[in-house]
Design a protein around this ligand. Structure first.
Ligand SMILES: Nc1nc2c(ncn2[C@@H]2O[C@H](COP(=O)(O)OP(=O)(O)OP(=O)(O)O)[C@@H](O)[C@H]2O)c(=O)[nH]1
Ligand SMILES: [Mg+2]
Length: 413
């Protein structure tokens, strides 16, 4: 199909994989654009199928004329979101983790997201998972050979012991890989940091400083902020959403009450709370399990004061003047670094991947546990472990998730 379209529009089929200039025409011989065309005959193409590429001048009228001209061919329709990648996947050009990496790369906002996505696209996880899967299948073959070998149902231990050794090693290897991952899958969504505290302590002033623009209204009146205000920051390559909230206090104003309710809810969902307080205020107690840093603001108004110390970090800043902000930002970057656990080896970029690796570890553990009750049971658990990795790679049993995964892609990818 692609062959007849490129032949029809460019009046010739370009040499494979050679950028070729062509004046494109529609079926009425009307010229459309002076373009560069590329012809990738399958299977040596991104999708594995024939692919024609038209590099045209991107104006709306040019695109409309191109779509009209292409739609005039039979059996041609616009691609669905992610359809090219899906075909590449179905033709074995990519495994599912690599397809996920491609999607993440397209959506990456920050440098660390980009690097993580590229590692995934280049098969960082896929290659490990393939290796693990082959080794599990090999161990399972050993056990099954043992089962076949024994006629009375009593499998000789010298056949099972080496297989079990391999399974133990695999279990430890995958478990350790998983444990060392931090929350690298959270890098896709980023870290949420809520600025909370009593009214008028300078929360909105702080978010404006962090955003380097006036996102929130600042005023000397307590109760200025009511809606939750969000800004996206790129802190040393980490995606961080900072939210400014209403000052928390008892109030009879129903609008402010709603603001306080939202402030509490958002702070509870955040990954980190910056609890802003006046420089002289007593150290507040805080409930909840969210990590919370005490940030004392307006230090420009007091002469000197020593920190109270304690287990939670404490910062002293002047949001208005900028004192202490670079220390606060450095600490946020360190927090993000620990949180995401993104040493350059970040293996996992999705909860789906983490879940399947965990399933694999659990099945391997069970297979070790049940081998005493019967080798068939152990072999069955090994098959489960291999299936989990097969799902991770998108090689088995995945029809149900493919739609979900590829739906997130852009059209044209
Ligand atoms: N001197 C001094 N004033 C500050 C500082 N930070 C903020 N302010 C002032 O404190 C007042 C309140 O600041 P906001 O940023 O609106 O405080 P807020 O915590 O967002 O207040 P609500 O939205 O009402 O909860 C304003 O007049 C700011 O100019 C600071 O570091 N030093
Ligand atoms: Mg405010």
């Amino acid at each position: 199909m692609a062959a007849s379209v490129i032949e029809g529009l460019a009046a010739k089929t370009p040499a494979p994989r050679m950028a070729t200039r062509a004046l494109l025409h529609n079926s009425n011989r009307q010229p459309i654009d002076d373009a560069v065309v590329l012809w990738f005959p399958g299977p040596a193409s991104a999708t594995g199928e024939d692919v024609a590429e038209f590099h045209v001048h991107g104006g709306r009228a040019v695109l409309a004329a191109m779509f009209d001209a292409i739609a005039a061919f039979d059996n041609v329709r616009p691609a669905e979101p992610g359809e090219f990648t899906r075909r590449a996947f179905e033709n074995g050009k990519l495994d599912l983790t690599e397809a996920e990496g491609l999607d993440d790369l397209i959506h990456a906002d920050t440098d660390r997201q980009r690097r993580q996505a590229l590692r995934q696209l280049k098969g960082l996880l896929g290659d490990r998972a393939r290796d693990w899967r082959e080794r599990i299948i090999a161990a399972s073959a050993l056990i099954e050979a043992g089962i076949d070998f024994s006629d009375e149902g009593d499998v000789p231990t010298e056949l099972i012991a080496p297989a079990l050794e391999k399974v133990r090693a695999l279990h430890d290897e995958i478990k350790n890989a998983l444990a060392g991952q931090g929350q690298s899958e959270r890098l896709r969504d980023g870290l949420v940091v809520a600025i909370a505290g009593p009214p008028n302590v300078g929360k909105s002033t702080l978010i404006n400083q962090l955003a380097r623009r006036e996102v929130a209204i600042v005023s000397p009146h307590a109760g200025t902020t009511r809606d939750v205000i969000e800004v996206q920051l790129d802190l040393d390559g980490y995606p961080v959403t900072v939210i400014d909230t209403a000052g928390i206090r008892e109030t009879s104003d129903p609008v402010e009450q709603e603001g306080v309710r939202r402030a509490r809810a958002r702070a509870a969902e955040a990954d980190l709370v910056l609890w802003l307080a006046d420089s002289g205020a007593a150290k507040p107690g805080h409930g909840g399990t969210t990590p919370t840093w005490l940030v004392r603001n307006k230090i420009d108004l007091v002469r000197t004061q020593s920190g109270e110390g304690g287990s939670t970090p404490e910062f002293r800043i002047s949001a208005a003047r900028g004192d202490g902000l670079s220390e606060l930002i450095t600490a946020l970057v360190d927090f993000a670094h620990d949180y995401f656990g993104t040493s350059e080896g970040g293996l996992i970029s999705r909860t789906r991947q983490r879940g399947l690796l965990q399933e694999t570890v659990d099945s391997l553990q069970r297979s070790i546990d049940v081998v005493g009750q019967g080798e068939e049971l152990a072999a069955e658990e090994l098959r489960r472990a291999a299936t989990s990795l097969g799902r991770l790679l998108g090689r088995v049993d995945v029809e149900d998730i493919l739609d979900v995964i590829f739906r997130e892609f852009c059209v044209g990818k």
